[in-house]
Design a protein around this ligand. Structure first.
Ligand code: DAH
Length: 340
């Protein structure tokens, strides 16, 4: 008898139901008058007297547990049925949020599109470079501070291999492989050993342009800069060039635009000056042409390079560069609606 009770207990414990009919089947099999438990109660009279106490208790236990199980199953099945009934199939679905382009991609694409309208083709180069392409072929002297470990990420296994610190390294690759004349624009990610702050990051983005042909002059550079500034920042934008120095250009200049926020009157973004520094540029140094196998007496060229983060910050009025890298959706999704 005890054995039978245990078997039934195991069967009852294992039973599962997801439909009302299944619960009813459970009730009929175990708890109805002619059910398994009822049959055991009928047999109870045949149990020897000395076992009656023990078996009676086990039988009562079994019955209580079976009733509890039935009630639990009933409750669960009914709750599931209710949610099924509450489901309103005519309701519209939850909207899927479409992603948006990253502001740096928007700005990069806009810059590339302006340069491609001027006939520049896109060229890209490797992020892992050697010293020659990043420094030597660009006329950097041996002792230049940019070659220092403090500024540049070198690959540990070789003092010659590094993460390129500017997209100017791609100019060298272009001069090696591209037929003349060349008019190329290069977007890229660059790396410098800088402390991360609101104004600097160890990874950032640049766009570089290079134009080499017979008779390219500073006037061509100036015209290109004017066109770019007006297309990107608005037709009222004015451009100013200040003398500067880069090892790979001669003469070199720093290009400023009239402040896009105050229009040149002076505000806290342009620090009261009315001008914003946008990029470095210059005529490709004849030494660089020669180092890269180009006849410097026949050809001349100009180059320019700008930071995408900087341009994007000015365009959108963003004050902390770190926002570009944190991927906070609340920041990123603002750049779809503007349709830029
Ligand atoms: N490579 C320079 C930098 O990362 C930017 C630059 C300056 C690029 C002048 C040029 C140029 O092509 O002509 O700071």
């Amino acid at each position: 008898m005890i054995e039978k009770i245990q078997q039934l207990q195991a069967e009852i414990d294992a039973f599962q139901a997801s439909l009302r009919e299944e619960v009813e089947r459970f009730r009929l099999r175990h708890l109805s008058k002619k059910g398994t438990i009822g049959a055991l109660f009928d047999d109870f009279k045949n149990v020897p007297v000395e076992q009656k106490r023990l078996v009676g208790q086990a039988l009562n236990d079994l019955k209580t547990k079976a009733i509890e199980k039935m009630n639990a199953l009933k409750e669960r099945v009914e709750a599931a049925g209710e949610t099924r009934e509450r489901l309103d199939l005519t309701r519209p679905g939850d909207p899927l949020k479409p992603g948006s382009r990253h502001p740096l991609s928007l700005v990069k694409n806009e810059i590339l599109s302006i340069f491609s309208r001027m006939g520049f083709a896109i060229s890209e180069g490797p992020e892992i470079e050697d010293d020659w392409h990043n420094f030597s072929a660009l006329n950097f002297p041996e002792e230049h501070p940019a070659r220092d470990m403090q500024d540049t990420f070198f690959i540990r296994t070789s003092p010659d291999i590094l993460l390129h610190t500017h997209t100017s390294s791609v100019q060298v690759r272009d001069m090696e492989t591209h037929p003349l004349p060349m008019r190329l624009v290069t977007p890229g990610r660059v790396f410098r050993n800088e402390a991360i702050s609101a104004r600097a990051h160890c990874i950032f983005h640049q766009v570089e342009a290079l134009y080499i042909d017979k008779g390219v002059s500073f006037a061509d550079l100036r015209q290109t800069l004017d066109y770019f500034a007006r297309e990107f920042f608005g037709q009222q934008t004015r451009v100013r060039l200040r003398p500067s120095f880069f090892p790979f250009t001669e003469p070199s200049a720093e290009m400023d635009i009239s402040c896009s926020l105050c229009g040149g009157k002076g505000c806290n973004v342009c620090k009261g000056s009315g001008w914003l520094e946008i990029m470095g540029c210059g005529m490709v140094d004849p030494n660089v042409l020669a180092l890269n196998g180009i006849d410097k007496d026949l050809y001349s060229g100009f180059a320019l390079g700008m930071g995408i983060e900087r341009v994007a910050m000015l365009k959108y009025g963003i004050r902390d560069l770190r926002l570009f890298f944190e991927n906070d959706v609340r920041f990123l999704e603002q750049f779809t609606a503007a349709g830029i």
